[in-house]
Write a protein that binds this ligand. Sequence first.
Ligand code: AMP
Ligand code: MG
Length: 350
Amino acid sequence: MIVLGIETSCDETAVGLVDDTGRVLGQGLWSQIAAHRPYGGVVPEIAARAHGDHIGACLDEAFRESGLDRGDVDGVAATCGPGLIGGVMVGAVMGKALAAGLGVPFVAVNHLEAHALTVRLLEAVTFPYLVLLVSGGHCQLLIVRGVGHYRLLGTTLDDAAGECLDKGAAMLGLPYPGGPALEQAAKGGNPHAFDLPRPLKGRSDCAFSFSGLKTALRQRVEALTVHGPLSNAVLADLAASLQEAVADVVADRVAQALRMVRDDPNESSLTALVAAGGVASNATLRARLAALASTWGLPFKTSPPALCTDNGIMVAWAGLERLRLGLTSPLSTPARPRWPLESLAVESGN
Ligand code: AMP
Ligand code: MG
């Protein structure tokens, strides 16, 4: 079975082709970073237009790379939410049109579900597992019980971890997008040089909060730049301290989720700790999560950075997982700016 996936929910225009053995057959990806850089963040109107302009070329690129014809595709999956609605509509309409034209099933994919299932494209991770989803727009802990079956343990009360890193990096004068630049700048810095807050650390639920950490960093930077710009050494210390605070607080929240699952008689034992989303590419965070998983006797699984950030392959894979269970979507499926994962089981009736 070969499935085409389309992703347009944020700032990557992406198409992927995968088969049921998890082989990536082809992909096309247009990153809009350059278009948004002058504004220091994703501008929804610019993103929507850029998706419309580039989706055709991404599609051609994926088919060219795979050597397949349009007629070889057994199903078309597209992200139908959550995300920036103008962009989601571009991908959803393209996916529906292709499915209708080719006479194959359409699968409406939830963007968060795609992140949560990506690890299974790489290896046979069995249910249930715990997913930490950390990206530019999302910060959540989920139990993945099966395709379409998710329990949300906790989410952020304000910003996502990626938002905190991106805005923190901007305060330090680093280029957009900030996460990778901050990781680079932190090399050689002292992660304990600045005592930044750890919001919600030790709390008995699995919520996250990052806005206070952002504010604390801004106050430090303002105080340090009163008499001139930051030295490279201080910049490295600030970057390392912010990265450490984020990793520390995320690891604490994950540990809390593991305790909650262990102490809940209605939950089965987890098979793995999985990290997904762009921020999961961060080496400091990965090391912390791997160490945590090992103290719990769990394997730690994540994907290469290209599959952590948004891409079409993860959407194709989620589509394939649904399709092989017979879960297809009507062409009337709406594009949604908000689409909680926990509503999926009800909608698909499984
Ligand atoms: P996504 O929203 O999944 O496309 O991922 C984009 C987010 O991941 C942005 O907030 C990036 O700054 C962040 N990100 C990407 N690579 C890294 C990295 N190496 N370290 C920290 N954050 C990262
Ligand atoms: Mg993105």
